[in-house]
Structures are given as structure tokens and as C-alpha cells.
Design a protein around this ligand. Structure first.
Ligand SMILES: Cc1cc2nc3c(=O)[nH]c(=O)nc-3n(C[C@H](O)[C@H](O)[C@H](O)COP(=O)(O)OP(=O)(O)OC[C@H]3O[C@@H](n4cnc5c(N)ncnc54)[C@H](O)[C@@H]3O)c2cc1C
Length: 161
């Protein structure tokens, strides 16, 4: 699925942008027989087109698109199992002028790898250090909403999709 276009301010008409990321960079591809870590952008695009069963149109697409590879070696570290205490509190006990913000501080109930996580941690840090009587907005608990559960069930079972 492509994000809503244009994605960037000033993006030219007729140009579409999307990004994706993949795991197992050291395993040879199904269509390009080398590991993704050794592939050019064109080869990565060739592999994607193979998986999308677009081989017939591959030559035309490859000639008109630009694929820029990027390695993100630590990206999945955010999803490693962790226990309370592995990550620092946003404002450590006794701290008056130091706070931790971003993806690696302790913030209950919010999902990592999101802008939301960083934003809430920054709000929490600022409100706390400045002594403001405010809190980051409460987290929507969609997992307890019957409508969300029903929609998830239908989508997972491909009913009415
Ligand atoms: C491919 C991809 C897709 C994503 N998709 C989504 C999505 O759909 N929805 C979503 O909510 N989140 C998404 N995320 C996650 C989200 O982008 C990040 O969680 C968020 O941007 C983190 O914000 P941050 O301000 O904490 O850190 P960053 O945005 O990483 O900002 C940190 C800044 O610090 C700078 N910096 C680093 N070291 C130094 C230094 N020593 N001195 C000075 N500056 C330094 C960096 O250059 C950077 O500008 C995605 C991330 C990626 C990589």
C-alpha cells in the first residue's frame, strides 16, 4: 500500500514515494540470488517486483524508479524483550535537570517505534521538570474496544474485506 500522495511538500506531480523495510538481510533473495545487504537499489527493487508477481512489467518499472537502500542495523532493537528497569525512567529519581526522551526510556502502555512514544516522553519530561500540573494525553486502549476487536477479527479472517 502506498501512503497518501504527495507525501512530501513540493513532491512533483506524477512522482510517488514509498518506503519499506525487510529483515534477514544476510539471506539470499528468491529472485536475486544474493543477500540484500550486498544488493544495489535496483536489485532490491527487482526482488520486490518478483514477490509482487510484477515480473512482466519489471523492466519498465525498474527504468522509471529510484530505489535508495539504507541499512538500519539497530532498528529492531526496540522490539527486544525487556523488563522493568532495563530502560531508564524519563525523569530518574532525584533528577532536577536531566531527563531521557525518545524510544529507549520507560513509558508504560505506549508502543515503541512510533513518533507517539518520543512525543509523549518529551511531554512527560517537560511537564515534570518544569513542575507543570499536566500529563501527556492518555493512551487509546483499542485492544479493549469491542468495535476494534470485531474489525480485527474480521480482517484476520478475511471476512468482508
Ligand atoms: C522506516 C521507518 C518508518 C517509520 N514509520 C513510522 C510510522 O509510520 N509511524 C510512527 O509513529 N513512527 C514511525 N517510525 C518511527 C519514528 O520515525 C521514530 O520513532 C521517531 O522519529 C523518533 O523520534 P525521535 O525524535 O525520538 O528521534 P529521531 O527522529 O531519530 O531524532 C533524533 C535526532 O538526533 C540527532 N542526533 C543523533 N545523535 C546526535 C548527536 N550526537 N548530536 C546531535 N544530534 C544528534 C539525529 O540526527 C536526529 O535528528 C518509523 C521509523 C522508520 C526508520
Amino acid at each position: 500500500m502506498l501512503p497518501h500522495q504527495p507525501h512530501f511538500i513540493g513532491q512533483p506531480e506524477g512522482v510517488q514515494v514509498f518506503w519499506g523495510y525487510a529483515l534477514f538481510v544476510d539471506v539470499p533473495g528468491n529472485f536475486v540470488k544474493k543477500p540484500m545487504s550486498a544488493c544495489t537499489g535496483r536489485e532490491i527493487m527487482t526482488e520486490i517486483l518478483g514477490h509482487l508477481r510484477l515480473e512482466k512489467n519489471a523492466a519498465r518499472i525498474l527504468d522509471t524508479c529510484t530505489c535508495i537502500p539504507r541499512m538500519m542495523p539497530f532498528i529492531t532493537s526496540q522490539f527486544l524483550p525487556r523488563s522493568v528497569g532495563d530502560h531508564p525512567q524519563i525523569v530518574p529519581e532525584g533528577s532536577k535537570n536531566l531527563a531521557f526522551v525518545g524510544q529507549y526510556c520507560e513509558l508504560p502502555e505506549v508502543v515503541v517505534f512510533t513518533v507517539d512514544y518520543s512525543t509523549r516522553s518529551a511531554q512527560t519530561a517537560v511537564y515534570s521538570l518544569l513542575g507543570l500540573k499536566r500529563k501527556a494525553p492518555s493512551v487509546i486502549k483499542g485492544q479493549f474496544n469491542p468495535r476494534v476487536l470485531q474489525e480485527a477479527f474480521l480482517a484476520l479472517h478475511e471476512i468482508g474485506v
